[in-house]
Structure formats: C-alpha cells, structure tokens
Design a protein around this ligand. Structure first.
Ligand code: ADP
Ligand code: MG
Length: 480
C-alpha cells in the first residue's frame, strides 16, 4: 500500500527588538548568563508586564508579509506549565484570540509548479529561558537571558506533503521574515525554531492519521531528516499492521544519532489551564495602525521574484537566487538602472559579484561597486572586451577602483575592431589548419570552434569571438 505524509509546521521566530516582550530588559545574544534580566524576568511579586509596542509592530509586519488577516482585537493569555526556565510559572501567549488569522506561504516545487501552504494563525508570545544540564554534575543551571524575548509563532495548516516541501516552506518563510526586517532568522542563535507535526495515511484516505510532534530541530536539514525518519518509522509500523502503536507524543530529534527519541506524552490545551492574563489589557491594533505599517512595507520577495521573471526574462531558479535577499535584488536592479541589460546584470551578479561577496564576507555593492560592474558589462556587451578576459580580470578590476575602460586599455585588452587585422588573423589560421578546414567541408561544422579558438589565441585575446566566427564562416564560404 502507498502512504502519504501529512505535515504541519509550528515555527517560532524571534522579533528583532531591543527589549523583551513585556519589560525593558535587553535581548542581546551571546551575553553573560543572566545579564539580560530584570525583576519581571525573575517573576518577582508585584512586577507588572507592559506590551512592547515595537514587538507588536514587527509582529504586524510579519503578518502582512505572509498575507494574514490582522485582527483589531486580540488578547494575551497565561499558559501554565512547570517551567524551571520561566520563573513566574506561566508563559504569556495568545490562545483563542491570536492577533493574526490565515495567511499563506507559496513554495516552488521541483516539477516547476507552485504550491500554496495556508497558515492557520500567527500569535505573539514570550520565549522561555534555557536550562544547562551539567554533564557529570548533580545539578542544572539556568540562563534567563532569553526568558521573555518576543516571539511570533507561525502555525501552518497540515498541507505539507513531504520533507522537501517542508524545507522549501521554511526557506520561503525565512526569506519573507528577513526581507521585511522582522527577524534575523538565525537558527543557530535560536531566533528561528521549528516543530514538525508528522502523520501518514493510506493514499486516497481523507481522514488524517495520528500525528507525532518533533522538537529540537536546529537546522533546516535537521527538519528534513527528522521528517523523513518519522515518515519511514510510521510507514514501517503501518505495513507491519502495528499502526495502533503510532501514538500522539512529543519526540526529540537527536542530530548525532539521526533518530527521534520519546520526550513526553502530548499535552492537550486543557493541561495548560489557559486564561486571559489579568495584568494585561486586550491588544488593539486599529485599522489605521495596520495600514500605516502596510504602507511602509517593501515589495515582497515572491512578488519581486515573479516580476524578475516577467520583466527581466529570468528563469525561475535565477529569479529565486537573485531575490534570496533584498540586498541582492536591489543590486541587480541598480545594475539595470545603470544601463546593463537585465540578463547580463543577472548573470554577472550571480557568477561574479555574489561569489566575491561570499568570499570576502563584504556587502555586494562594496566588493562590486555598481558603476564599475555596469561599466564592465557594457564593455563586454559592446564587444570591446572578450567575456573570458572580463571574467578573468573582474576581481582585479573591481578591487583596483579604476574605471573599466581605462583599466582594460592600460592592460592592452581592448578588442581589436579593425576589420583588416581580423581578416589577416583568420586567413593565417585557415592557411595553417588544412585538416580542420577539410573536416568542416566534410560536414563537421562543430570544428569551426577550433578555428575561432586558434584565431583568438593568435590575437592574444584581442579579437572579438563573435566577429571572428563570422569572418571564419565568410572566408570558408559557409552561411552563418
Ligand atoms: P497543538 O496546539 O497541540 O500543537 P494544533 O492543532 O495547533 O495543535 O496543531 C499543531 C500543528 O499540527 C499544526 O501545524 C497543524 O497543521 C499540525 N497538524 C494537525 N493535525 C495533524 C496531523 N494529523 N498530521 C500532521 N500534522 C497535523
Ligand atoms: Mg504545538
């Protein structure tokens, strides 16, 4: 029997605020344990929470970037649990009235198509701290720096059907959230975290199977591997007629053993004893406020990717790569504005500028200034500098700070446009390559490339390959 996976992801994303969700303690990453802590973080009696307006603004940006419906009225609730890393004994979250409902993430599929994964909801909440278990000691330590950090939890509908789709969903989500400045989405620093809910069902069956929730997924690759592992485990039980052994539990992914381990039985909402937090007023996000935030949003990555395909004629993969970050897309458009043909702007960004930026760890516009890059592209496009030469010299040119034309002139690399010189070079090559000429006459037209190569070599790279090819064909009396 064939099985189909059903997957829903819950993603926690840390909002890039200076201070915490409900107090003024700071949120700097990597600080001395318990240095980003105040009386509210410690849960001291008499302290009261205050909603961080900046966190709300960023949460609204996230919602709008994902096409969600931002609710005018929402509220904060207390979620109770035994949290050794959250001293007040409950987490402030949003339960039955989240600030955002719906939304969607569109992903590109391997077959060239697209798929829309709907979102159930997005809610705001505070993060917990971190327990550090001594490997051999008898105690654990707690670091409350992260406790109270503002998060949004983005819950997808169970519409993901494979580990690869889950991976694409996370990439797309990260691109959108970084793009609008909501979060840095650094998984290694915990600012993006993902829990995966996985079940399987016989292909064609409408009803969902029992799901397992997997936590501790610390990279996109881990999400992919854990989902595949869980699908295989559940399928094996199914096939063995032991489906009843798939029970709703929470598991932990063990990245070293590449397997999942039982963590706890699944808690249900009732276990958390949710109730509205009496210390906080209901959250009101007016339509005017929401529209003010929307008006300040940039063109979103998916729209920009599609525009690059439409306006610039880019293939999907190229459009996706060049809109992976807003800075890359801005760079390509700056080259186009500086006169480069879009396809050339895209290719030079992809093949040279991005490589230099990655190698040096410096911003694109710094390692490959737009004016110099656009100048280089124009020289190649006009046939003044051979493409191979331009590629070989690109890094040196950009580092030199010189104007491209002056740079190539000084190096004697400007291509010879003189028709008489070109004819002489080609005639010399043809005279010396009788065997190749015979091959071409016998129908091996691919051998023309050999003559073009030999002429390029003879010219010391100064001939224009396209003009050389035309001249070779002309002298051999072959139509181009
Ligand atoms: P909880 O609050 O217990 O985590 P939710 O109903 O909020 O439960 O669902 C959490 C996630 O689980 C959502 O992303 C949802 O799409 C997903 N999910 C729900 N049912 C299933 C299922 N049968 N198989 C896989 N994922 C599921
Ligand atoms: Mg959950």
């Amino acid at each position: 029997m064939e099985y189909e996976a059903v997957i829903g992801l819950e993603v926690h994303c840390q909002l890039s605020t200076v201070s915490k969700m409900f107090c003024g303690a700071t949120t700097v990453f990597g600080q001395e344990p318990n240095s980003q802590v105040d009386t509210l973080t410690l849960g001291l009696p008499g302290t009261l929470p205050v909603i961080n307006a900046r966190a709300v603004e960023l949460a609204v940006r996230a919602a709008l970037a994902l096409g969600g419906d931002v609710r005018e009225h929402s509220k904060f609730d207390r979620k109770h649990y035994f949290y050794p890393d959250l001293p007040k004994g409950y987490q402030i979250s949003q339960y039955d009235q989240p600030y955002c409902v719906g939304g969607a993430v569109t992903i590109d599929l391997a077959d060239g198509g697209q798929k829309v994964i709907k979102l159930t909801r997005i809610h705001m909440e505070e993060d917990a701290g971190k327990l550090i278990h001594q490997e051999h000691g008898a105690w654990s330590e707690v670091d409350l720096n992260r406790a109270g950090t503002p998060l949004v939890e983005i819950v997808s509908e169970p519409e993901i059907r494979s580990a690869a789709e889950a991976y694409a969903y996370l990439m797309e989500l990260k691109r959108a959230l970084k793009w609008v400045g909501v979060s840095d989405c650094e998984m290694q620093e915990g600012s993006l975290r993902c829990d995966a809910n996985v079940s399987i069902r016989p292909l064609g069956q409408a009803q969902f199977g029992t799901r397992v929730e997997i936590k501790n997924l610390n990279s996109f690759r881990a999400v992919e591997a854990a989902i595949n592992h869980e699908i295989a485990a559940q399928s094996a039980l199914h096939r063995a007629g032991r489906y009843a052994e798939v029970v709703q539990v929470t598991k932990l992914w063990d990245p070293d053993a590449r397997t999942t381990r039982m963590m706890r039985g699944k808690e249900m909402a009732a276990d958390y004893r949710y109730f509205p937090d009496p210390d906080l007023p209901p959250l009101v996000i007016t339509a005017a406020e929401r529209e003010r935030i929307r008006a300040a949003m940039p063109e979103l990555p998916r729209a920009r990717q599609e525009r690059f395909q439409r306006e610039f004629g880019f293939e999907r993969a190229m459009a996706a790569e060049l809109t992976a970050e807003a800075g890359i897309a801005d760079y390509v458009e700056a080259l186009v504005a500086a006169g480069a043909k879009p396809k050339l702007a895209g290719n030079w960004t992809r093949e040279e500028a991005l490589r230099l930026a990655n190698e040096s760890g410096r911003p694109l516009a710094e390692v490959a200034p737009v004016a110099a890059m656009a100048g280089l592209i124009a020289l190649v496009d006009a046939g003044k500098v051979a493409r191979v030469v331009a590629k070989a010299e690109c890094a040196e040119l950009l580092a030199s700070g010189q104007a491209p034309e002056a740079f190539f002139t000084a190096k004697g690399m400007i291509q010879v446009q003189d028709a008489g010189q070109l004819q002489a070079w080609v005639a010399q090559v043809i005279a010396g390559e009788a065997k190749t000429v015979a091959d071409i006459r016998a129908g091996k037209t691919a051998a023309v490339g050999r003559l073009v190569g030999a002429t390029m070599k003879l010219s010391g790279g100064k001939a224009d390959p396209a003009a050389v090819k035309a001249e070779v064909l002309r002298q051999l009396g072959i139509a181009g």
